[in-house]
Design a binder for this molecule. Structure first.
Ligand code: ADP
Length: 186
């Protein structure tokens, strides 16, 4: 099964992706986590993206697309995967589509985690993960970027009839059971 887990920053994508990973035994691929690991390990990729991420802006599409395309070649993703944080722009979605069709495969589900903006800000500022982009000023930038550049990705998949809306308000388990219901239908 190939799943895109979509939603604004702070919607809980990472938490739910890990639960899907455990229950359905399909690995998660998080571009944000890959970039954070690159920064921590001071790789050339990490050096390139550090300032961009710290500012809450998006890493350029070509860098992200190359990273994902390379990662998905690994045997662990052959049986499916959950994408968390990708695609985040329409050009990324288009590039991902051509990658899928080149491999003769297609997406099974696009899950949109819906959470109100006030709740997002609350969650990000109280999660205390020590991320350099989790402060009020950067959260505002990330939400603006989401509204301008990432929200159109939802329309892109909406046109393909692939979107399942998940109410992202509630406990982690309540939200997960809504995801299970949506996946059962797709
Ligand atoms: P969140 O969803 O809370 O913003 P992520 O871990 O998904 O957290 O992303 C953190 C940062 O990593 C983003 O603000 C951006 O700078 C970078 N990033 C992650 N994924 C992408 C992507 N697909 N395209 C561009 N930038 C990305």
């Amino acid at each position: 099964m190939k799943i895109i887990l979509f939603g604004p920053p702070g919607a809980g994508k990472g938490t739910q992706a890990k639960k899907i990973e455990t229950k359905y035994n399909i690995p998660q691929l998080s571009t944000g986590e890959m970039f954070r690991a690159a920064i921590k390990n001071q790789t050339s990729l990490g050096v390139k993206v550090k300032t961009i991420m710290d500012e809450g802006r998006l890493v350029p599409d070509d860098i992200v697309v190359d990273l994902v395309a390379e990662a998905l070649k690994m045997p662990e993703y052959a049986g499916g995967y959950i994408l968390d944080g990708f695609p985040r722009t329409v050009p990324q979605a288009e590039a991902f589509d051509s990658l899928l069709s080149k491999n003769g495969t297609s997406l099974d589900a696009f899950l949109m985690l819906k959470v109100s903006e006030a709740e997002l800000v609350n969650r990000i500022l109280s999660r205390g993960e020590g991320r350099s982009d989790d402060n009020p000023e950067k959260v505002k930038v990330r939400l603006d970027v989401y509204n301008k550049e990432t929200a159109p990705v939802l329309e892109y998949y909406e046109k393909k009839g692939l979107v399942s809306y998940i109410d992202g308000f509630g406990t982690v388990d309540e939200i997960f059971s809504r995801i299970e219901t949506a996946l059962g239908k797709s």
